[in-house]
Design a protein around this ligand. Structure first.
Ligand code: GDP
Ligand code: MG
Length: 177
């Protein structure tokens, strides 16, 4: 083996889940490459992207998994969740249904993922405030009940995207590091 990985202290697998079109792929693209596309087809088929950062003097490689559209058919497989230590469960603040489906996604996580997985609830598309269909009280209440972190983000405007991923990575580091 080469030593190209010698400086990585930890690899943390994080999965993105939630309904189709809530912005999962664009959140990943914004975090990993600081890119955003209105044409989401560009990222279909990508398994995961990585971003290496330093936390508490340790080099952490975040390996962030994105679905290739399987969520449309509710066929995200258990292999997707295997080894995940973090999850971003995403809804669209302008689509009430995408929030109403969050408990189903949490059930799915609990069925397939490690019980200590760090979960962040994300309300994406905060730039579309005038079309808001999910008041923040609802996710706040759910987050409190389910003991999750909650944040609203905009992949388009790059609002809170870095903060959301860093919060999850820091929580994971506290548990594993
Ligand atoms: P996915 O199916 O959950 O992966 O969703 P995508 O990342 O493919 O995004 C679905 C659509 O929403 C695309 O047209 C994106 O450009 C758009 N989108 C994603 N994030 C945002 C955001 O933060 N704000 C707005 N206004 N549109 C977004
Ligand atoms: Mg996608």
């Amino acid at each position: 083996y080469g030593d190209f990985n010698a400086k990585v202290d930890y690899v943390f697998k994080i999965v993105l889940i939630g309904d189709s079109a809530v912005g999962k792929s664009q959140l990943l693209s914004r975090f990993a490459k600081n890119e955003f596309s209105l044409d989401s087809k560009a990222t279909i088929g990508v398994e995961f992207q990585t971003k290496t950062l330093v936390l508490d003097k340790k080099t952490v490689k975040a390996q962030i998994w994105d679905t290739a559209g399987q969520e449309r058919y509710r066929s995200v497989t258990s292999a997707y969740y295997r080894g995940a230590v973090g999850a971003m469960v995403v809804y669209d603040i302008t689509k009430r249904q995408s929030f109403d489906h969050i408990p189903g996604w949490l059930d799915e996580l609990r069925a397939h993922a490690d019980k200590n997985i760090v979960i962040m609830l994300i309300g994406n598309k905060s730039d579309l405030g005038s079309l808001r269909a999910v008041p923040t009280e609802d996710p706040q209440e759910l987050a409190e009940k389910e003991k999750l972190c909650f944040m609203e983000t905009s992949a388009l405007e790059a609002t809170n995207v870095e903060t959301a991923f860093l919060t999850v990575l820091t929580e994971i580091y506290k548990i594993i590091g």
